[in-house]
Design a protein around this ligand. Sequence first.
Ligand code: CA
Length: 232
Amino acid sequence: MKVLLVEDEPGLVSVIVRGLTEAGMEVSVAADGNMGLEMAQTHSFDIIILDIMLPGMNGIQVCKEIRKQNDSVAILMLTALSSTENIVTGLNSGADDYLAKPFKFPELEARIRTLVRRSKIGSAPKNVISIAGLEVDTLSKTAKRDNKNIALTATEYHLLEYFAKNQNMVLSRIQILENVWDIDFNMGTNVVDVYVNYLRKKIDNGYDVKLIHTVFGMGYIFKEQAPDETSN
Ligand code: CA
């Protein structure tokens, strides 16, 4: 995880750098606002920790400038005063969260991890369901595995989307029939097995990690499972 720390207080910088490095993060430091902005614009970081009171450009201005070009990087503001006004100004300038000084180091680390996780989730397109290199795009109704397009018929696509939206759940043949074929009379669940086999050939054949699994006597389950787990 790459962290940019923009902070001018040497004592605090060394404490944060040591702690985050020990936690396995890669930390770059800028000691004033202008340098911080330049580094944020020229390098890629997972999170920027930004002090408000800085020499040169202050943290609020730096944050606004970063946000003009970059919506996705997580920004955690450090505020010396926990006054409501300071916090509101910080968040209005585009920061994701703030931490009031003085703070305990574990709190900083926890905030960083939460923000980075949240920003990663937020940046994934909401219409794409991903699992084990398979991407199902529910807008364009297409699928890829390891970036290779998979040609699917309409029924195969609907079956795949139903599986992808109901991962890790045992789905009976009747359930699949009702949801994918949209009929409530029993036309014979054989058709489900036939289509599951078509789909299997297209999305699982040739891949180590299989997604479609038969649950004997019950139906099917769609989940990520490496070959060495299949005996479970
Ligand atoms: Ca400062």
